[in-house]
Design a binder for this molecule. Structure first.
Ligand SMILES: Cc1ncc(COP(=O)(O)O)c(C=O)c1O
Length: 394
């Protein structure tokens, strides 16, 4: 599939070794054509593109439902491509964080993505509460060994009926650990809590069955493993058991029932699928890129991608064993995806030297390098070259 992607090159036209798919995925070659198609449509028909075009913009977002539902394991009406990750998280929290005097705590992990923390902090303030009294943290695992399900379960049980919401990552962005989502939902529901996930690093990376697992809600971005371009559309999952309800929610006209949208009446009549969280009419150009990048997943299966990712990441892990570094990503295949994070004392210098040699990965907290081995476009030879360079540098 590599030939379906634009591989970044250096100034001499040599391909870079790109291990940053966990940050920004590469551009599928079909994106240009699909975006051009919509630009041409706009040029040809102006406003009439909304209804009269072959790919009418009025319902364009619906084209993302099928591929997204396959990626997260859901019914098609439970997912929507809309807004962006942090915006969607704020919207979903408004709906799903409904504290009472008894049940008001939120459980997260210590190093959750800061944007998620900001959203939670403001959300509790909106209810006249403080982060200090409401937000509980699962501590970062000792010696970077990965989170243990037992510890998380114990924390959930201890918080018990005070727990209103659990928000955890599908895949943790620093150590690349894949969380046991199904077990966490079970544990959370047992004490009566809502359970949601930030899937920024999970979608397009690990296999999920959000519907079957009874996840309440989830949100993600599309610019990492989905390769939909910088700032590409976000996405949400809301379990169908919530969708038909009279939810407390933020609203805009694009969340209204599409049949009544242009009656311009004051009543908000939410459509009974995940589109009810749409606020505005979406960017068709961004959705066009998203559509093209999602279509790449239809050329394969998530199981095939996982198998290929396993062989790539195993190759890297075997090589890392011979180096003086600490791999902080859990080694079990069930507990990780495409990203391997390594810790070393001179990571800043190594990161800089790798970049100078055309090897792209990223640096976190001064001593952690994160590398993603993406089955869509990375190949074993690149890993061998990277390991060779890393050995020399270390
Ligand atoms: C885990 C995680 N959550 C949230 C975000 C915020 O994403 P956005 O800027 O699309 O809102 C990111 C961005 O990289 C992320 O990695």
């Amino acid at each position: 599939m590599r030939s379906n992607y634009h591989i970044p090159k250096d100034s001499q036209g040599r391909e870079l070794l790109y291990f940053a798919g966990h940050s920004l995925g590469l551009q599928p070659k079909t994106v240009q054509r699909t975006v051009d198609r919509e630009l041409n449509q706009w040029a040809r028909s102006g406003v009439e593109g909304h209804f009269d075009a072959e790919n009418a913009w009025y319902t364009y977002h619906e084209r993302m439902r099928e591929p997204l539902s396959k990626l997260v394991g859901s019914q098609t009406h439970e997912v929507a491509a809309l807004n962006s990750l942090s915006v969607n998280l704020n919207l979903l929290l408004t709906t799903f964080y409904r504290p009472t005097t008894k049940r008001y705590k939120i459980l997260v992990e210590e190093h959750l993505f800061p944007s998620d923390y900001y959203a939670l902090e403001q959300q509790v303030k909106l209810h006249g509460l403080s982060a200090k009294e409401c937000i509980e943290f699962i501590p970062w695992p000792k010696e970077n060994k990965g989170f243990s399900l037992e510890i998380i379960r114990d924390t959930i049980n201890t918080l018990g009926e005070s727990l209103a919401l659990i928000l955890l990552p599908g895949v943790q962005y620093i150590n690349g650990q894949c969380f046991p989502m199904q077990e966490l939902v079970e544990a959370g529901h047992k004490v009566g809590s809502i359970v949601g996930f930030d899937l920024a690093h999970a979608i397009g990376n690990v296999e999920m069955k959000l519907h079957e697992w009874q996840v309440d809600f989830a949100c993600w971005c599309s610019y990492k493993y989905l390769n939909s371009g910088p700032g590409g559309p976000g996405g949400i999952f809301v379990h169908e058991k919530h969708l038909s309800k009279d939810l407390t929610q933020m609203a805009g006209w694009w969340g209204n029932d599409p049949n009544g949208r242009f009656t311009m009446e004051k009543a908000f009549v939410p459509v009974s699928n995940a589109d009810r969280f749409q606020m505005s009419n979406p960017s068709i150009l961004a959705l066009a890129a998203h559509e093209a990048s999602l279509a790449e997943f239809d050329k394969t299966t998530i199981q095939d991608l996982r198998n290929h990712a396993k062989s790539l990441t195993d190759l890297a892990l075997n090589g890392f064993k011979n180096l003086d570094i600490n791999v902080i990503t859990p080694s079990d295949w069930d507990t990780r995806g495409n990203q391997i994070s390594i810790e070393m004392s001179n990571a800043t210098a190594v990161h800089k030297a790798l970049r100078e040699e055309g090897i792209i990965c990223d640096l976190r907290d001064m001593n952690i390098l994160r590398l993603a081995f993406c089955p869509m476009y990375n190949k074993p030879e690149e890993i061998a070259l990277m390991l060779d360079r890393l050995e020399t540098l270390i």
